[in-house]
Design a protein around this ligand. Structure first.
Ligand code: ATP
Ligand code: MG
Length: 344
């Protein structure tokens, strides 16, 4: 596998009034053997980024290189990438075995049949579909079909796997199973993968690094933990965390020390606490208790502002109780939404 680099790549669609900047000066390196996630909302430019790497789109500016070679002007067929699309497209009349073998049977590759059998067997084992090899592709569940679609990419050893929301059509349980399996397979193969998604849980659990993309711009790149704990702006802070980060106008919380220029105070659910006596930054009212089994989410209104905090499952708080609220490790943002360091 190989390192893949984007250097100041830009891509526009359309002209004049209708022109759209799909990608703006994006620079990103996906290290050899690394799984990088691009996280962003619909229309952010995720698919366009993958298509630029695959050579299905040509950049207006910038360079794409794979394994140290500049491929900006190179045809898709000569780029050595494997693409897994959002909508799986299997050959319905073929068996699972033949679907998996298909990429190896192209006349250009001339892989011997024994080698094909070995590779298909290995991928079927990795994806846990060995018992389905003789099924027609259409006689599978959605989750099994998607495994076959991923398997069709995995039978090859390209420079990079490009995966475009491959789990988004699956139900929640299957998604969580498959994202763990994909991560395991990636580590087992040492595969280089650029995986795009709008699902923050996929990004947090799978990526060695996450790139947060918004309107064609890469806003921040870092480990899941860096992105979660040290977001560069409000946009990034709001993209991660379930429930989302609590945001309170600084003016509502004069008791909380904050650096000059702080306009908004952010505190994640786990950093808003029901205060011990004498530690409250404000007093709120319990509006609603969401019982999730292993924990509770307490919805508290503080000076007209709704907050969500983590509560103990065995707490004896009830709706209507008045509680002191304490902010631990708050994040500060200026009026433009940029992060301000706590000591600034
Ligand atoms: N072929 C095209 N012609 C014109 N505009 C396009 C084309 N492809 C993409 N765009 C525009 O470029 C922007 C980025 O699109 P892209 O498909 O990369 O987004 P995305 O992040 O993959 O979104 P989604 O999550 O919905 O798949 C969007 O504004 C889109 O409308
Ligand atoms: Mg897309």
């Amino acid at each position: 596998m190989a390192e893949v680099r984007l250097d100041a790549v830009s891509k526009h669609f359309g002209t004049g009034e209708a022109a759209v900047t799909a990608i703006a000066e994006m620079s990103l390196t996906i290290g050899d053997g690394e799984l990088v996630i691009l996280l962003g909302p619909t229309g952010a430019g995720k698919t366009t980024t993958l298509r630029l790497i695959a050579g299905l789109e040509k950049p207006d500016a910038g360079r794409v290189s794979i394994g140290g070679r500049d491929v900006t002007g190179v045809n898709p067929a000569e780029r050595d990438v494997a693409f897994v699309f959002q909508q799986y497209s299997l050959y319905p009349h073929l068996s699972v075995y033949d679907n998996l073998a298909f990429p190896l049977r192209s006349p250009a590759r001339r892989v011997p049949e024994a080698e094909i059998r070995r590779k298909v067997g290995e991928v079927a084992r990795l994806l846990r579909i060995e018992d389905k090899l003789n099924n027609r592709a259409t006689h599978l569940s959605g989750g099994q079909m998607q495994r076959v679609a991923i398997g069709r990419a995995l039978v090859r050893r390209p420079a990079i796997y490009l995966m475009d929301e491959p789990l988004s059509s699956l139900d929640a349980k299957l998604r969580s199973d498959l994202r763990l399996e994909l991560k395991r397979i990636q580590q087992e193969l040492g595969a280089t993968i650029l995986y795009v998604t709008h699902d923050q849980i996929e990004a947090m659990t799978m990526g060695s690094r996450i790139g947060v993309i918004d309107r064609g711009r890469l806003v921040q790149v870092g480990t899941p933990r860096e992105i979660y704990e040290n977001p560069v702006d409000l946009h990034v802070a709001q993209r991660l965390g379930q429930p989302g980060i609590n945001l309170v106008p600084r003016a509502l919380l004069p008791e909380v020390p904050a650096p000059p220029g702080a306009h908004t105070i952010g505190a994640r659910t786990e950093h808003v606490r029901i205060a011990r006596a004498g530690h409250a930054d404000g007093v709120g009212l319990v509006r609603w208790i969401e019982r999730l089994g292993d924990q509770n989410h307490l919805h508290v209104t503080l000076r007209g502002q709704d907050l969500v905090t983590l509560g103990e499952p065995d707490s004896d708080l009830s709706v209507g109780d008045r509680v002191g609220v304490e902010f631990l490790r708050p994040l500060y943002f200026d009026a433009a939404g940029r992060r301000i360091a706590a000591g600034a």
